[in-house]
Write a protein that binds this ligand. Structure first.
Ligand SMILES: Cc1cc2nc3c(=O)[nH]c(=O)nc-3n(C[C@H](O)[C@H](O)[C@H](O)COP(=O)(O)O)c2cc1C
Length: 382
């Protein structure tokens, strides 16, 4: 067991003690620990590699994903970590989210990038505010990655929050071009961070800002691609089901290749009912002090419902080009991946579940997951 695996296991075992500590101390301690852990974790390449069985692979956009699950954006903000997840057996890797200018993210009361876990609810909150080094720095790092077959390299980008569209959009497109030149296999356009201005508070709405960004990316990037480079748009997990068909039509008409449903949630009051009693004090403290976005098991039901709804809406729209739905939010176990498959959702991402899996199984987490996935057909397949 590596030191990083041991640290993750020990921290996980101690987490439930948070219910007897003052919430402000829990947030301070968890955030500090995470800031020390993550950069080291991204360098902890396992000595033994795992390759999932070939029948668990998915081909999408002509790319081979050897497993239907990989990390969600925000885990490897600096772009380090491909070698770690590739050796673990992940279906892909995504770096970022990056913006055109380096960002310090949210720093308050001496806490850089506040976040916390809700151990009994298998969930988390963060109010990081997209800290990152910028598209150029991370694209240059990714250009040096040695790719493993079946593990595509992705990058997540966002327009610079708070900038006028006249400046933000050309800078976004230039950043996407940097990643294209760096040889990434796919791009995520993050339109749903609740912790920065310009993302609609994390709620997707077909407003002018979103449409003008989509139009600009379509005209200045999508139509100019000279190789396979799918661009998927990451929407909020709180996107209303009624709005989904219109949003998907807008993406499909403009030539986007997929959607991720979704990002973190800001439905604090609604989700509170499902928060474990022992986590409520911490939940109330974090959501009332910082706000932020909620992730993990609390999103399991809504992400399945919205991604399944999206699959059906896409079938009705019947696009002339391949358009895939990626589920993200509360994917914690092999059963979640199986449930996605049943709904025709072939690709999944995880963040909170990944770290819970890592705490329990260390670098063998994809091996464990792979062993537990049941071969399943989508409902719509005969
Ligand atoms: C600490 C933290 C940082 C995140 N940063 C990003 C980010 O930079 N870009 C992004 O698109 N999503 C980000 N997310 C959201 C995740 O990618 C994912 O959409 C969300 O956590 C729901 O998935 P989960 O329930 O599996 O955790 C972040 C989530 C967490 C917990």
């Amino acid at each position: 067991m590596s030191l990083i695996e041991l640290l993750a296991k020990s921290e996980f075992a101690l987490r439930t003690a948070s219910s007897i500590m003052p919430p402000s101390l829990v947030v301070r301690a968890f955030t500090a620990g995470r800031n020390i852990f993550l950069p080291r974790f991204a360098q902890d390449v396992p000595a033994v590699s795992f390759v999932p069985p070939s029948d668990q692979g998915v081909t999408a956009w002509g790319l081979q994903f050897r497993f239907p699950l990989w990390n969600a954006a925000g885990m490897f903000k600096k772009g380090y970590g491909y070698d770690v997840v590739a050796a673990q057996g992940a279906g892909a890797f995504v770096a970022g989210t990056t913006t055109s200018r380096a960002r310090a993210g949210n720093v308050v009361r001496g806490i850089a990038w506040p976040s916390t876990q809700y151990p009994n609810s298998h969930s988390a909150s963060n109010w990081m505010g997209l800290p990152n080094e910028g598209h150029t720095a991370v694209a240059s790092r990714l250009s040096k990655v040695v790719k493993v077959p079946g593990c595509p390299l992705g990058a997540s980008v966002s327009a610079e929050p708070g900038l006028d569209a006249e400046q933000a959009i050309p800078e976004l497109i230039e950043g996407m071009q940097r990643y294209a030149d760096a040889g990434v296999d796919y791009l995520e356009l993050n339109e749903s961070c609740p912790n920065v201005p310009g993302h609609g508070g994390g709620h997707a709405a077909l407003d002018e800002g979103l449409l003008s960004r989509l139009d600009a990316v379509a005209q200045s990037f999508l139509v100019k691609r000279t190789r396979t480079l799918p661009v998927v748009v990451k929407l909020s997990t709180d996107t209303s089901l009624d709005q989904l068909p219109a949003l998907l039509s807008a993406l499909i008409e403009r030539g986007f290749d997929g959607v991720i449903l979704g990002n973190t949630s800001t439905r604090y009051a609604e989700l509170r009912e499902h928060v474990h009693h022992d986590d409520r004090k911490l939940y109330d403290y974090f959501t009332s002090t910082y706000g932020g976005g909620i992730s993990g098991q609390l999103l399991r039901t809504s992400s399945l419902l919205s991604s399944a709804t999206a699959v059906r809406a896409v079938q009705e729209i019947n696009p002339s080009h391949e358009f895939n739905v990626i589920r993200c939010g509360g994917v914690m176990t092999a059963d979640d991946v199986t449930a996605s498959m049943v709904e025709g959702v072939r690709l999944n991402q995880w963040y909170v579940g990944y770290f819970e899996g890592f705490a329990q199984h260390g670098h063998k987490l994809y091996r464990e997951m792979s062993a537990c996935i049941r071969p399943t057909r989508a409902r719509t397949e005969s």
